[in-house]
Ligand binder design. Structure first.
Ligand SMILES: C[C@@]1(CC(=O)O)C2=NC(=C\c3[nH]c(c(CCC(=O)O)c3CC(=O)O)Cc3[nH]c(c(CC(=O)O)c3CCC(=O)O)/C=C3\N/C(=C\2)[C@@H](CCC(=O)O)[C@]3(C)CC(=O)O)/[C@H]1CCC(=O)O
Ligand SMILES: NC(=O)c1ccc[n+]([C@@H]2O[C@H](COP(=O)([O-])OP(=O)(O)OC[C@H]3O[C@@H](n4cnc5c(N)ncnc54)[C@H](O)[C@@H]3O)[C@@H](O)[C@H]2O)c1
Length: 275
């Protein structure tokens, strides 16, 4: 059991596809919020006077007219919250932000007020995105700049190929579920064990090579035969020997060599003995 229970927040991958997100404000922070929400395939409504629009907000509105509905006006009142699944305020007006958050509280609509932690139902974090790979770094309100710096550290540990590898793993999992369908039970356990083993054994770079043909081969030669072949084995190439294996076979050679030499000497001695 963890020693320090509590004091954190829930890190979740919130599914917003086809949901309605209201962004109030059109400055730099609003532009960052729009960018984050666009990745989720939600429908975005932006409320902000045209004369204060950041150039990136304008660009997003022009580029994605079917995804973003823009109104050139200020937030007018509780009616704006109707049908909203999430509200984000990014205003240069703390009092108005507070009022909007109170309205959201009454209507039970989750709300984030940029840089006003006590008004937020949830915080944003520093993000790393590479296809389906999503990493969020949060300091839970303690030091946003530190979150941005930690992001650099995490980025330096990644090769940049993980997103593609994970996409291919997603394809393999889907094909495996077609071949061995059903939820839970013994088959489910076997499927999970086999998938975990593939991810454990295959390098990220190898996983990126999983095209349709290779996936079919891996399922035929691996899943169907209850084993996990390596990429080299699937391609019919002898696996390059590890250092450990090389030194093991060297020791074996030495042992059999000495044995043979010993046997020859014994034979010579036996044959040359005086009769
Ligand atoms: C991570 C990131 C995501 C994003 O906004 O998308 C984010 N802030 C970022 C940058 C940043 N913000 C600020 C600085 C100046 C340096 C500094 O203060 O450290 C820098 C640094 C910079 O610009 O590099 C000022 C600031 N921020 C908050 C306050 C109010 C307060 O603390 O009271 C003040 C004014 C403090 C004051 O007046 O002194 C509050 C919040 N900012 C959060 C998120 C949430 C907590 C996240 C967490 O703890 O992890 C939270 C609680 C609410 C929210 O906004 O959701 C993004 C980096 C993304 C990236 O670069 O990748
Ligand atoms: N930009 C940053 O990097 C940064 C960093 C730290 C903190 N902040 C804080 O985050 C908040 C937003 O920052 P910003 O840079 O995006 O501000 P900004 O001044 O560039 O933009 C504010 C936007 O809110 C709009 N607005 C004001 N009242 C409104 C209303 N009632 N209805 C609709 N729209 C309204 C303005 O027209 C403008 O588009 C501010 O409180 C700021 O202090 C920003």
């Amino acid at each position: 059991m963890a020693q320090n229970v509590g004091g954190g927040s829930l890190l979740i991958a919130w599914q917003l596809k086809d949901k309605n997100v209201l962004i109030v404000g059109g400055g730099e922070v609003a532009s960052q919020r729009i960018e984050s929400i666009l990745t989720t395939d939600a429908h975005i409504t932006v409320l902000a006077p045209a004369n204060g629009l950041h150039h990136r907000v304008k660009e997003f509105i022009d580029l994605y007219p079917t995804r973003i509905t823009y109104y050139d006006r200020r937030f007018s009142g509780p009616d704006e919250l109707r049908d909203m699944n999430m509200v984000l305020t990014a205003l240069d007006d703390v009092d108005r932000s507070r009022e909007i958050c109170e309205m959201c509280g009454k209507d039970k609509v989750p709300v984030n007020a940029a840089d006003i932690p006590d008004l937020c139902d949830f915080y944003f974090g520093a993000q790393i995105r590479d296809g389906p790979l999503q990493i969020m770094i949060s300091t839970n309100g303690n030091g946003p700049r530190m979150a941005a710096l930690m992001k650099k550290k995490v980025l330096s540990a990644l090769s940049g190929r993980e997103g593609e590898a994970i996409e291919k793993v997603g394809g393999l999992r889907a094909r495996l579920k077609e071949r061995a369908p059903g939820v839970g039970g013994a088959l489910g356990r076997k499927r999970m064990k086999w998938m975990s083993e593939v991810c454990n054994v295959w390098e990220v770079e190898d996983l990126t090579q999983l095209d349709d043909a290779l996936i079919a081969k891996l399922l035929d030669e691996g899943w169907d035969k209850d084993c996990v072949p390596t990429l080299d084995q699937l391609k019919g190439q002898p696996r390059p020997r590890s250092q450990k294996e090389s030194s093991e076979s060297y020791a074996w050679l030495l042992a059999t060599g000495s044995f043979t030499l010993g046997a020859i000497c014994a034979t010579v001695i036996f044959l040359s003995r005086p009769r």
